[in-house]
Design a protein around this ligand. Structure first.
Ligand SMILES: [Zn+2]
Length: 453
């Protein structure tokens, strides 16, 4: 009992020390490498990233949201919402009421983003705090009339080093201090599309470059004295799967183009009928055995992808590795966007810093769980969201959690202790009891052993 009290007390003390050791207010840098499929970590070497993980935490799979595309998932990370709730439901969208179009090169209208409040806005509403961003989707848009205090207009030609230099300068020298920062990089997504994830040689080269960039980032943070007190999350929006020209679904073979507008193409096509919806649906329904065709009302609940006007009346979902085309070639050897229950669509998450445990591995969280965790680290009150804070408790030093193997260990340990205790009590009782002169005789009477009988 004494031991238990001491253990509990020392645990509490450690918890308190954990809290006070990070300088106030806590700071967080959120980094995304686009299209970093979870199992790249097992299949390729990442010396710098593995060092980062060794001193921090790793979540091997992050279950992202449907559709598994870049803009939607990046917005889910920073809002904790499913796509139907935050409104960025695809990389290409059309709003039938306002007749507005959205694409990754035409994304600056706040109209598209204002259905949710990203964490960089919430962070800046706190007294004496600012946010900074190097090209995370949405950070160069006036969302709820606010941009991060420091941000870069999106341009894919700006190098990773320049993005890191800006972010680290802002994290070092700003007043009010930058407490939340984001950093985005287009690889390995671009190469994943170009070569396909099964092209080991090219992917090896690209992933080594990414690991070197992580090395550069960590070195820079150390050099500027930011490393020890900064919480850093490295994650991604989605994975990547191999495609092939032998797996094309040609819509032109099933329906005339004059019958519909195609808002988004592959692997989840968004179809806006120009004629009767049922007629278009009937033509598409049996177009390919490798494609599911849904009327909006029949989209499976598990996708959380229905209740938003920007989701079109019919969506087509290709099977993994299949590409929806319009009677023309597609040069993509890799793609994403598919069913979010496919492991190939999942990214990973690694984190390091005073808020996180050291050397801890965890199997799965949801991408929407990242937001409440980040709010907790920064001491922000989260907006209503679809994430679950308790899913990430095991990653954090100031939270108490038991994972399944530990729980099983504790139960088995308790049972063993109880059994041992019971045995000991029985043995002691036998030893202490006064010897009974007739007991041995009685035992022999009951014994069936023929040698004795
Ligand atoms: Zn992509």
């Amino acid at each position: 009992m004494k031991l238990l009290v001491i253990l509990l007390f020392s645990g509490l003390m450690t918890g308190c020390r954990g809290n006070s050791s990070y300088s106030l207010p806590p700071k967080l840098l959120l980094v995304s490498f686009d299209g970093f499929r979870a199992d790249y970590l097992q299949n390729y070497e990442f010396p710098h990233l593995q060092n980062f993980i060794k001193e921090g935490v790793l979540v091997e799979h992050v279950k992202n949201v449907f559709i598994t595309k870049t803009f939607p998932n990046h917005y889910s990370i920073v809002t904790g919402l499913y796509e139907e709730s935050h409104g960025i439901v695809a990389n290409s969208m059309y709003d039938a009421v306002t007749k507005k179009h959205f694409s990754d090169s035409n994304d600056k209208d706040p109209f598209w983003w204002n259905e949710a409040v990203p964490i960089w806005v919430t962070n800046q509403l706190q007294e004496n705090r600012s946010s900074a961003a190097a090209m995370w989707p949405g950070t160069d848009v006036l969302i709820h009339n606010t941009t991060p205090s420091y941000f870069m207009n999106y341009s894919m030609s700006v190098s990773f080093e320049e993005r890191v230099n800006n972010i680290t300068t802002w994290l070092s020298n700003s007043n009010p201090p930058v407490t939340f920062a984001t950093l985005y990089w287009e690889e390995p997504d671009a190469s994943g599309h170009k070569y396909g994830p099964e092209d080991k040689e090219n992917m090896h080269r690209v992933l080594k470059e990414i690991d070197d960039l992580i090395g550069y980032l960590v070195q820079k943070l150390k050099m500027l004295g930011l490393w020890e007190n900064l919480n850093v999350i490295i994650t991604s929006d989605h994975g990547m799967t191999q495609c092939s020209e032998n797996r094309w679904i040609n819509l032109d073979l099933c329906i005339d183009r004059s019958n519909y507008s195609l808002i988004d193409l592959s692997p989840v096509a968004a179809v806006l009928p120009k004629i009767n919806i049922t007629e278009v649906y009937e033509k598409l329904k049996n177009c390919s055995p490798h494609m599911n065709v849904y009327l909006k009302k029949d989209i499976p609940n598990r996708y959380y992808y229905q209740h938003n006007d920007r989701i079109q009346p019919i969506i087509l979902v290709a099977d993994e590795g299949w590409t929806i085309v319009l009677n023309k070639s597609s040069s993509k050897l890799g793609d994403h966007g598919y069913d979010n229950s496919l492991p190939s669509m999942h990214p990973f998450l690694a984190a390091h810093g005073p808020a996180f445990h050291k050397g801890y591995k965890y199997s799965t969280i949801n991408i929407v769980d990242i937001y409440p965790m980040m709010c907790h680290i920064l001491g922000l009150k989260p907006h209503p969201n679809n994430g679950t804070f308790s899913h990430t408790k095991c990653l954090l030093v100031d939270q108490w959690c038991i994972n399944l193997p530990e729980a099983i260990g504790i139960v088995i340990g308790a049972l063993l202790a109880l059994t041992t205790l019971t045995c000991l009590i029985i043995i002691m009782q036998n030893r202490l009891s006064v010897p009974h002169p007739f007991s041995r005789l009685q035992l022999q009477e009951d014994d069936d052993d023929p040698l004795i009988g």
